[in-house]
Ligand binder design. Structure first.
Ligand code: MSP
Length: 509
């Protein structure tokens, strides 16, 4: 693996349903990570896509009276559209019904078979179609009213008895525990890591990895009666999408981080490394599980009719605002509540008051009084030092925050810079200086424009459009900038005539 490469993935989304805020959340987080790494000089691969096999999908197609392939083609398009709507910078969109993916899955199956990691037996136990997951007896409860058997996820389970291939998961228990120990950053946040470790310590059963009672899946090599368990096929997307089994996959493998929701951590942190170790492939470097959103305090569910459509929020409040809100409001890893009140509060305070105000007032003064022209900074005084050096000082910290997926801390740190810049404006009162000492006024304003440019570079991964908009106002574009420019100042185009900006963030009453 090339040291200068970076590979980040979203889970691949089930196509039984339309995209909602949960999907948007994971995707936006990954996009921010990808954009940051690109700006930071890494050859970056950002992967997303759709998970199109399994009983759940087959049933969803039947319900609509559609041919399954036609159904998945149509639904997958909705998720592809979402990548555009969210302005995702994904480099590829993987679909598990594509031939390259099926081939990669079968290739892994054959290796597992050859390595004696698979055997044929009979599965007897509980299965939840909604979760596409098997459950042990002791995990199942009975709903008092309906008498239905329920998985810990709250979804109904059914009793399954059929011939099935098994993966020898039980034999990997100690090796997995050893792997977690040797790779303390493998699972984040720490609470999830502990949860996974204690689950594994409790013992692992061999895992059923094929089904015979339906056919919508990847055919098991040399046994046409069976299709692969959808999770085995799904996880392999992370390899098939980068060219596996061709050696070229090594350009990006092992993945730097798989971002997933907390509901699917076990598949990624237990099954996935076990499959890979058993096939002789290096596991990914990190799995990070984020929390779940509720809507105005209530669990989001189709039956409650309170599913949040990202399109509607974007239409009402704007895309970059939504991107900012989702990552600012809740520490990544925690659960969060989506409410229009808190979204509006963020827009009014963080965006309009702090960021909007800074950009607006500085650029307006330059436009009005200096005819939009900047000069080279003549002299950095002692009391300029703090703000002048601030961006460089926080860069390392922000890099570390990104490594740990601590987006809220990244944003907090950028906002400290914004607040320092606003303080600098107040303390130096450039409108007054323009009357008393024009040269000094020029320096103060030049420093401020430089700081605004750097704030825009810091914001580019999170709010790409707003950032570009600000940069354009000062004759710059992110296309020609990188995180390296945070430490310098010769990227400013002093021949550029600064324009008075239109209002960037409108306050909401
Ligand atoms: N197909 C599997 C993933 C396979 S990856 C090899 C899957 N798909 S999903 O469409 O059901 O879910 C995708 C992601 O959306 C999950 O990470 C899940 O946690 C996330 N979310 C779904 N609802 C959510 C919220 N209400 N809040 C935040 N994220 C949520 O699982």
């Amino acid at each position: 693996m090339n040291n200068n490469s970076f590979f980040v993935t979203t889970p691949i989304y089930y196509v039984n349903d339309s995209p909602h805020i949960g999907h948007a959340y994971t995707s936006i987080a990954c996009d921010v990570i990808a954009r940051f790494n690109r700006l930071n000089g890494k050859k970056t691969m950002f992967l997303t896509g759709t998970d199109e096999h399994g009983l759940k999908i087959e049933q969803a197609a039947k319900k609509k009276n559609m041919d399954t392939k036609k159904f998945v083609d149509q639904m997958s398009l909705d998720f592809k559209k979402l990548t555009k709507i969210l302005n995702l910078s994904n480099d590829f969109f993987v679909r598990t019904t594509e031939t390259y993916h099926k081939k990669a899955s079968q290739h892994i199956w054959k290796i597992l078979k050859k390595n004696n990691e698979i055997y044929l037996d009979k599965y007897k136990g509980w299965y939840s179609i909604s979760d596409e997951a098997y459950f042990n007896d002791d995990e199942i409860t009975t709903d008092e009213k309906t008498k239905k058997k329920i998985a810990p996820s709250g979804n109904e389970v059914q009793w399954v008895e059929e011939e099935s291939y098994f993966f020898k998961l039980s034999k990997w228990q100690d090796k997995l525990l050893d792997f977690y120990k040797k790779n303390p950053n493998f699972i984040g946040p720490d609470s999830r890591r502990n949860e996974v470790i204690s689950f594994v310590k409790n013992g692992l059963n061999d895992l059923s990895i094929s089904r015979t009672t339906f056919s919508w899946g990847v055919e098991v090599p040399d046994d046409k009666k069976h299709v692969m368990y959808v999770w085995l096929d799904a996880l392999i997307n992370y390899l098939s999408a980068i060219g596996y089994p061709d050696k070229k996959y090594k350009k990006f493998w092992p993945a730097d981080v798989h971002i997933v929701g907390k509901d699917i951590i076990r598949f990624h942190a237990i099954y996935w490394p076990a499959f890979l170790l058993a096939a002789g492939i290096e596991p990914p470097k990190r799995i990070f599980a984020h929390g779940w959103w509720t809507n105005e305090g209530k669990k989001i569910s189709k039956s409650l009719g309170n599913v949040i459509d990202p399109n509607e929020i974007i239409k009402e409040y704007g895309l970059d605002t939504l991107r900012f809100f989702l990552l600012r409001e809740v520490p990544f890893g925690n659960d969060g509540d989506f409410s229009k009140n808190s979204l509006q509060r963020r827009i009014n305070n963080d965006l309009a008051n702090d960021l909007g105000n800074l950009v607006q007032r500085v650029l307006t003064i330059v436009d009005k009084n200096l005819d939009g022209k900047l000069n080279k900074i003549k002299k950095i005084r002692k009391n300029d030092k703090k703000i002048y050096d601030y961006p460089k000082e926080i860069l390392k910290k922000i890099e570390i925050n990104y490594e740990k997926q601590e987006f809220h801390k990244v944003i907090e740190t950028i906002w400290k810079l914004i607040s320092e810049a606003n303080k600098y404006v107040d303390e130096n009162a450039p409108w007054q200086l323009l009357k008393d000492d024009k040269e000094r006024a020029g320096d103060v304003l030049n420093i401020l424009v430089l700081i605004i440019a750097k704030i825009a570079i810091f914001l580019a991964p999170i709010m790409p459009n707003i950032s570009e908009n600000i940069l354009n106002k000062i004759g710059l574009s992110i296309k020609k900038l990188s995180m390296k420019d945070i430490s310098g100042d010769n990227f400013l185009n002093i021949d550029y005539k600064i324009e008075k900006p239109e209002i960037i963030f409108q306050k909401i009453e």
